[in-house]
Design a protein around this ligand. Structure first.
Ligand code: AMP
Ligand code: MG
Length: 338
């Protein structure tokens, strides 16, 4: 199969709709990361997503819809959730509701809930409007690999295996959507993202990170899995130990390797003689750069050396979560993300 990368045009949208109708999988741009989409009402199409990614079959998918889609056909929407939809949608917030069972049972992997996202990306919106049905989509990467933020990243993982990637340029957000459980009295963050705990609490009064207690069945099975790992050797140094990272860098270079640092802007500036991927200076820049840099780093480095950024809270909750998991430091992070 040839994989084509096409921008949104009347022709590409017509083809995308036809593919979805036939139960095929189509990758598409969103403002967070690229998605790998299929008709959420078609069992066989949804199963194809799991097979293509090598995704564990108990890790549920998000149903994506356009702004005009009536989600009350799919889920129960508690009254207090309206405020969050009004404020943050379309945008990088996925809301988990009690399901009405109208989509394939493979989307939610047997859970009684369904997660719904309304992306703001014009490319995603055009695609979702053209198909006018819920599209089940996880990130368009092979399971456990770094999420894709360009059409080329999707191509690198799935060339020859999917017919079409709808190209909308780079995903500006850079990390996956916030996943928010809306099935209880208080919203619970299952995965941190660009819509932060603080922003949600400001709207509805309270918002907590979901904590998995020992022996409990996780609300979001994805939290049990290692994610986002670059395909090269890695090392990680906590904030304040840039000196340790530089020692490690020199040792690797001394062995004839090609080490690369991954660190925030100020640390890059302090070590101009080291090859470094600059995450940026603000949390938003770090989110936007993280996955692209992990994908560049895994190709360029024999050893990718991460240094923990200093900032905490807000958007950094999501950035830190992805960064720590990419570097296998996620044990301490478990419980506030998937
Ligand atoms: P991905 O699209 O690859 O970023 O993965 C989607 C994430 O959303 C996974 O971590 C899932 O565990 C989570 N998720 C999707 N649907 C649900 C649901 N119904 N309940 C809880 N978490 C969900
Ligand atoms: Mg993913």
């Amino acid at each position: 199969m040839t994989t084509r990368i096409l921008p949104v045009t009347p022709q590409s949208l017509a083809w995308a709709s036809e593919l979805i109708e036939q139960g095929e999988v189509v990758a598409f741009h969103t403002e967070t990361v690229y998605g790998l989409g299929a008709d959420a009402t078609n069992d066989e199409a949804v199963k194809k997503i799991f097979a293509l990614k090598g995704r564990p079959t108990d890790n549920p998918l998000i149903a994506h819809v356009h702004t005009g889609y009536d989600i009350s056909a799919l889920v129960e929407t508690p009254a207090w959730t309206a405020r969050l939809r009004d404020k943050f949608l379309p945008g990088p917030l996925t809301m988990v509701y009690p399901s009405k069972g109208k989509v394939s049972r493979f989307v939610s992997c047997g859970l009684a809930t369904l997660s719904i996202r309304v992306p703001s990306s014009p490319t995603a919106q055009a695609f979702l409007r053209a198909v006018n049905r819920p599209i089940a989509a996880p990130s368009a990467n092979r399971s456990k690999h770094v999420s894709p933020v360009t059409a080329q990243h999707v191509y690198d993982d799935f060339a020859g295996e999917i017919p079409l990637i709808l190209d909308g340029g780079a995903s500006q957000g850079g990390i996956e959507s916030t996943v928010l459980d809306c099935t209880g009295a208080i919203p619970l963050i299952l995965r941190a993202g660009l819509v932060t705990r603080e922003m949600i609490a400001a709207e509805v009064g309270a918002c907590e990170f979901y904590r998995l207690h020992a022996g409990e069945k996780p609300k979001s099975p994805g939290m049990a899995y290692k994610h986002y790992a670059p395909a090269c050797r890695t090392a990680f140094f906590p904030v304040g130990d840039a000196a340790g990272a530089i020692r490690c860098y020199r040792e690797e270079a001394g062995r004839g390797g090609t080490p690369v640092l991954l660190c925030e802007h100020a640390v890059c500036l302090a070590h101009p003689d080291c090859r470094a991927l600059d995450l940026g200076a603000t949390p938003e820049e770090m989110a936007a750069n993280l996955y692209a840099h992990l994908r560049t780093g895994e190709k360029a480095a024999t050893l990718l050396i991460g240094i923990e950024p200093e900032a905490r809270g807000g958007v950094m909750d999501g950035v830190r979560n992805r960064l720590l998991r990419a570097f296998g430091q996620d044990a301490k992070e478990r419980g506030n993300d998937v």
